[in-house]
Design a protein around this ligand. Structure first.
Ligand code: AVJ
Length: 307
C-alpha cells in the first residue's frame, strides 16, 4: 500500500472522518474551482484581484529590483501575471508545486508571456523546506508569494509550520507576500461557500467521484450532501459531506461504515483578523510591514519581512 492510500484510510478511520482538500483538484475539480472563483457569492478572488490591480505598484516598490519571486503553488494565475507584469527587473521567478505536470504546463505559459524572465520551476512539496535553484543573476533577496488565502486550508500548527518554511526559503533579508482572507459578517461567509448555483456543492461531491475513479473507492454520490458552516469561535468555514443514510463504502479494499447524518470533513477555510495573522507571522519570524485591503475590507494582501 502506498503512503498516500495509508493516509487516506487513516483519515477515514478517525472519529471525525476526513479527506484532505488536495483530493478536490483532479481535472474536473480544478474546472469547478475556476467556476467557483467566478461566482457572485465567492468574493475572495474578485477582492484579491482588485487589491493586486490597484496596489501592484506599491508591491513592486517594496519587492525592489533583482529579487527572486518564489511562488508556493504552480502559478500562472491572473494574480501572478499582474505581479510579474509590474516586476520588470526580477532575477528569477520560481514556481514550486508538487505536481510536475501542472508545474510544467504553467511554466510554459509564463515563459511564453514573459520571454525575458528567468523561470526556474521546482517540483517539491512546499510544506517541507526544499532547495532553491541558482538563477543566472544573483538575487538581491527572495520574496515568497502565496496568493489565494490557501494558508486558510491549514490548521493552526500546520499553518505555523508552513510560515516557518516560507521564512527559511525567504532567507536573510527576504520577505513574504501573502493573500489572507479576513473574518467578516457570517452571512457573507455562509453564502460564499453555499452558492445559489450549487457549484460549491458539486465541487465538494466531486472529491468522492475522484476517489472512485482513481483510488478504488465506491462512494454513492447521491447518498451524500454538501454542508458548509462558519464556526465563529474557531474563525473558520467547515466544509463537509453529510451521509444521507446508514451506509458502507469502500476505499482501496477497505470497508467503512458511516451513519445517517455522520460527516466526512473535506476542508477548513480559516478566516483571520489582522491581529491574529500578525501574531502567527511574528511567531514564524515575520513582521507585517504592509497590509492592503479591498474597499469592503473583505480580503487582505500582506507584505511581511523577516524580523
Ligand atoms: C482555495 C482554499 C482558498 O478556502 O475558499 C472554495 C477553496 N473551497 N470553495 C477557499 C474553496 C470551497 C478555497 N481556497
Amino acid at each position: 500500500m502506498t503512503e498516500e492510500i495509508a493516509a487516506l484510510i487513516e483519515g477515514l478511520r478517525r472519529p471525525q472522518k476526513m479527506i484532505s482538500p488536495k483530493y478536490f483538484y483532479d481535472e474536473k475539480g480544478s474546472q469547478l474551482f475556476d467556476k467557483i472563483t467566478e461566482l457572485p457569492e465567492y468574493y475572495l478572488t474578485d477582492a484579491e484581484l482588485d487589491i493586486m490591480r490597484t496596489r501592484v505598484d506599491e508591491m513592486a516598490a517594496l519587492i525592489g529590483k533583482q529579487a527572486s519571486l518564489i511562488e508556493f503553488g504552480a502559478g500562472s494565475s491572473l494574480k501572478t501575471r499582474i505581479l510579474l507584469e509590474h516586476l520588470d527587473d526580477l532575477a528569477a521567478y520560481v514556481p514550486v508545486d508538487i505536481s510536475e505536470e501542472h508545474l510544467l504546463a504553467s511554466t510554459m505559459k509564463i515563459r511564453g508571456e514573459f520571454p525575458d524572465l528567468d523561470v526556474r520551476p521546482v517540483v517539491a512539496d512546499f510544506t517541507h523546506s526544499f532547495d532553491l535553484p541558482t538563477p543566472t543573476i544573483m538575487p538581491v533577496k527572495n520574496v515568497v508569494y502565496f496568493p489565494g488565502s490557501t494558508i486558510g486550508n491549514f490548521e493552526h500548527d500546520a499553518a505555523m509550520e508552513l510560515l516557518r518554511v516560507m521564512h527559511t526559503e525567504a532567507g536573510e533579508g527576504g520577505a513574504l507576500l501573502i493573500g489572507v482572507d479576513l473574518q467578516k459578517d457570517p452571512e457573507i461567509l455562509h453564502d460564499a461557500y453555499n452558492d445559489a448555483a450549487g457549484v460549491t456543492a458539486e465541487f465538494n461531491l466531486n472529491m468522492l467521484r475522484h476517489l472512485n475513479t482513481s483510488y478504488g473507492a465506491n462512494f454513492d454520490l447521491d447518498a451524500f450532501e454538501h454542508r458548509a458552516e462558519y464556526d465563529e469561535d474557531e474563525g473558520r468555514v467547515v466544509i463537509e459531506l453529510v451521509s444521507q443514510e446508514d451506509q458502507t463504502f469502500e476505499l482501496a479494499d477497505t470497508e467503512f461504515d458511516i451513519a445517517d447524518g455522520e460527516t466526512i470533513l473535506t476542508e477548513y477555510s480559516h478566516k483571520y483578523t489582522l491581529e491574529g495573522f500578525a501574531e502567527m507571522a511574528a511567531e514564524a519570524g515575520f513582521e507585517v510591514a504592509k497590509v492592503w485591503k479591498d474597499a469592503d475590507d473583505l480580503f487582505s494582501v500582506q507584505y511581511c519581512v523577516r524580523s
